[in-house]
Design a protein around this ligand. Structure first.
Ligand SMILES: [Cu+2]
Length: 116
């Protein structure tokens, strides 16, 4: 049988753990630049990234020409339309799985987004 003070400590530990877990799964927004006809995250060219359910990707055009980012994947089908340098558009991923992201103007552009 636990003493009352031990029970209080245990209770506090459970609450702390619950709060940490909640903050860990809070949705995030990640910027994905379009640069030199590639996808760039934090300065690095990426062909695959992993995010969490509920996260948002902000596609930002950093090239002096248009991009049109889209996906035909069943998990998240979208078409952001053509947008010029300096503009950005967001997509929120609300289900777990894999999404293929492409550009309608530049067929060589490709990125896989794994949503966990
Ligand atoms: Cu493009």
């Amino acid at each position: 049988m636990l003493k009352s003070s031990q029970q209080k400590l245990l209770h506090a530990a459970v609450i702390t753990t619950a709060l940490l877990t909640a903050s860990a799964v809070q949705a995030a927004e990640l910027v994905v630049d379009q640069h030199n006809k590639t996808f760039v995250v934090e300065g690095n060219k990426v062909e695959a990234i992993t995010i969490h359910v509920g996260d948002t990707l902000r596609f930002r055009n950093d090239d002096p020409f248009f991009h049109n980012i889209f996906s035909l994947s069943d998990l998240k089908t979208f078409d952001l339309g053509s947008f010029p340098k300096g503009q950005s558009k967001t997509v929120t991923f609300d289900k777990a799985g894999m999404v293929e992201v492409e550009c309608a103007i530049h067929p060589e552009m490709y990125m896989e987004v794994t949503v966990k």
